[in-house]
Every structure is written in C-alpha cells, then in structure tokens.
Write a protein that binds this ligand. Structure first.
Ligand SMILES: *Cc1c(COP(=O)(O)O)cnc(C)c1O
Length: 419
C-alpha cells in the first residue's frame, strides 16, 4: 500500500470521500453521547454496532410466531426448522470454507468444548495441548478443564506459548520450534487466529501443516479473526475452528456462535462426538428412534434446534457482509488501521504499540501499551467521547472497524489522545 498519509482533518475527510464503503456507516446505529454527538466507537472487537436492519429481521420472526405458533417451523416466511441453514453460505464465505464445513450454533466456548470432544482424544503418550500464554481466559479454562476431564494434570499437560523476555508477541519461528520440540506428546494445538490481547495474526496454514506433521490436531479460535481478516480454513486444512458473532459480525450481545469442521473430518460419521437430536439425519430425525445417525457435515455436531431470534439478528448482519465481501472490507481495513498507526507514531515515541506493524500479521486492532498512568489516560479519553477498551494490566485496545468507522474517527481519536 503506497498511500502517503497526512495528519490533518482535511486529509481524513478526503479519505472518507474516496472510500467505496463510506455509505455503510449509515446502516449502523453508532452509540450516541449525552451531548447528542456520536461516540468514536473503537470497540467493535468486543461488541459490534447494531445494523439498523436487525429490528425488521427479528420482527418478521416475532410476527410469524404471533400468527402461526408452532406452524412457523414449516410455514414461517423463513421456516424455523431449517433456519440455521440460512446462515451457512454467508458464514462459509467469510471463513473460506465449503458450506458443508460450517454450522452456526450455540456459543463460542460451548463449541470449543464440542470440538475438543471430537478432536482432543488423548492417550497416555500424546495428551498435551498447546495454547498462547495470553490467550483469552475462557479458552485457557476450557483447555485446562479438558485435561482434567481426561485425567491429566493441567499444569503439566498445558504448553503455554510465552513471548520472549521483554516482548509481547510470540513469533512464528518460536511457535514452530515449540511444536517440533513437543511433537511426540502434542495432541492438540488451539490458538486464537488473531490474539485478542496483542492483535497478532498467526500463520494458520504453516502452524496447521507443522502440527499435522508431528501428529497433532489443529484448531483455531476465530473470535477476533472472523469478519476482520481473510480466512481460508478449507485450503489451510485446519481441523476445526470456532467463533462468536457479536464482535466483528455484529449479531448483538450473546449472539449465536459458529463452527467449522474440515470436510475430511465432517464427513466421517464414526468420529466420536457429543450428540443431540439436531445433529441427526434430517430425513429420519422425526421418527424419533434411539440410534443417532449423524448428518455427514458440520451440522452433525448440532445439539439443539435453532435459536431463531438470535439467528435473525445475525442474518441481518451477514446480509451486509454478503454485499460488501471480505476483499473490499480488508482493503479498507488496511488503510484505516494503517492511518491510525501513522497518526499514533506521529504523536511521538511515548506511544508503544505491541501489535505487529506488518499488516499481514494483524487485522484492524492495535493494542497500545500505556505507562503507569494508563488507567487515567483511558478514563480521560472515555470522557472525551471515545469507546475503546482497557485490558489489565496496561493495554488499551483500539479497533477501527471498516464497516462503520471513518478516517475522520481515526483522526479525531488521535487528536484526543495527543491532548
Ligand atoms: C470473546 C471471546 C470469547 C468469549 O466466549 P463466549 O463463549 O462467546 O462468551 C472466548 N474466547 C475468545 C478468544 C474471545 O475473544
């Protein structure tokens, strides 16, 4: 990218004028301050803004429920029985998967456990799990509880990837070395596709390849990757992946999760799993027989019937992603985050960013390391109309989201921070 950025409001506005996605901001509710001014909302990595279309999507289902009751399972405008299927193709495009490799269901941590029931199959020799030391706590709790569930000592069975002394990211060569070093004992590698704390993007394809070479299964938590960076889960040959949809996918608080199972695994009906009736073959599900016959796709991991209201809001958001496409989104994202990085560097050397500066190794998020007065800075910029987030002990995470943030937002943010 060869844009020579300039630190001025005029320049930021010119960038907005030239932005092919600029009209999409109008399709979202941007939270508003008491003064009536919108916030500078840089927290789409935590909870995405509400698409204005969500209300109509949910109201359609409320109306059909009102008028049809149980008949809505077959006769609603969007029949509820196969409702999850309306989300599959769009989700598959976003994560780079075949439709039969993707299912929208449950929530993220639940799906991680369901995937580990199938892909963490330890024995006395090969039982260790590898994860980042600064992974999202829920993921660490989940893998530790899996180790305990299988009778292993979580302290001994968990390989935590630590950054080198004085650094914040774990570099690719160190990950590869750790995989090779533990190769004989490694059962599962589970990493955040984009680390939630540093914003670092891992090399999915290479980690998967090396993981498979040593005989481990490889899965990714895409909470901070989905809708943020280009993904090619199928081509990368990843065993499984899980994500939530309330961050960059804007499905609303507690939104329904998503799950990828590579077709070479998904088509294997004999793969052990925790089963429920919604994963049963659709033709015979309502014969209500006692033998489980899994659907030979990612849908074979479903437990329960679809939460239609939660899915309706995700549908509204995915319709926007279908229109925009990840290519256009990522193209804008690189410029927008590139501009934020430029402006932060322009403030001076007191600003330390722990996210890799290489655009291939990050998505839209930048994590800013603050000094002793970090909490105070955070509180002051919040008062000045910025919504971003604070992570203990001393990191401010900023996520300019290409769907609804503008170059002007970025410029105004930098002015407030400088102040
Ligand atoms: C947001 C996030 C979660 C949250 O999990 P839920 O089950 O959706 O509550 C878990 N892991 C990571 C990496 C996250 O970023």
């Amino acid at each position: 990218m060869n844009i020579s950025f300039q630190n001025s409001l005029d320049f930021a506005r010119q960038m907005d004028q030239a932005d092919p996605l600029k009209s999409y901001r109008e399709q979202f509710h941007i939270p508003v301050q008491e003064s009536g001014e919108p916030y500078i909302y840089f927290c789409g990595n935590s909870l995405g803004c509400q698409p204005k279309s969500v209300r109509a999507f949910i109201e359609t289902e409320l109306k059909d429920w009102e008028m049809l009751g149980v008949e809505g399972h077959f006769h609603a405008k969007n029949p509820w029985m196969p409702y999850h299927e309306f989300l599959t193709e769009s989700s598959a495009r976003i994560v780079g998967a075949l439709p039969e490799e993707v299912v929208v269901m449950n929530s993220l941590t639940v799906n991680l456990h369901l995937m580990m029931a199938s892909f963490y199959r330890p024995d006395a020799k090969r039982y260790k799990i590898m994860i980042e030391a600064d992974a999202f706590p829920s993921d660490i709790y989940a893998v530790k509880s899996q180790l305990i569930h299988h009778g292993f000592d979580p302290e001994e069975g968990l390989i935590m990837l630590q950054p080198k002394e004085g650094e914040h990211c774990v570099w690719q060569e160190d990950i590869e070395a750790a995989i090779r070093e533990n190769g004989d004992q490694l059962a599962l590698i589970l990493l955040g596709g984009v680390n939630y704390y540093t914003g670092q993007v891992f090399d999915f394809e290479k980690i998967t390849k090396i993981g498979h070479e040593v005989g481990a299964k490889v899965g990714f938590d895409l909470a901070h990757a989905v809708g943020n960076i280009q993904l090619k889960l199928h081509d990368w040959n990843v065993d499984f992946a899980c994500w939530c949809t309330y961050k960059y996918l804007n499905s609303g608080p507690g939104g329904v999760g998503g799950c990828f199972v590579h077709v070479r695994n998904a088509s294997d009906k004999n793969l052990p799993r925790f089963a429920g009736w919604w994963g049963h073959d659709k033709e015979t599900r309502f014969q209500m027989g006692p033998e489980f016959d899994p659907i030979p796709t990612a849908e074979g991991w479903q437990l329960s019937n679809a939460p239609v209201l939660a899915m309706a809001s995700l549908r509204a958001s995915l319709a926007i992603f279908d229109e925009v496409g990840m290519d256009g989104l990522v193209e804008k994202s690189k410029k927008l985050t590139g501009y934020l990085l430029f402006l932060l560097q322009d403030i001076g050397p007191e600003i330390e960013i722990i996210t890799p500066s290489d655009p291939k190794q990050r998505g839209c998020q930048l994590s800013l390391l603050t000094g002793a007065n970090g909490r105070e800075i955070f509180e002051r910029i919040t008062k000045a109309g910025i919504i971003c987030d604070w992570r203990e002990p001393n990191v401010i995470r900023l996520a300019p989201v290409p769907l609804y943030n503008s170059f002007e937002d970025v410029w105004r943010f930098a002015e407030i921070l400088k102040d």
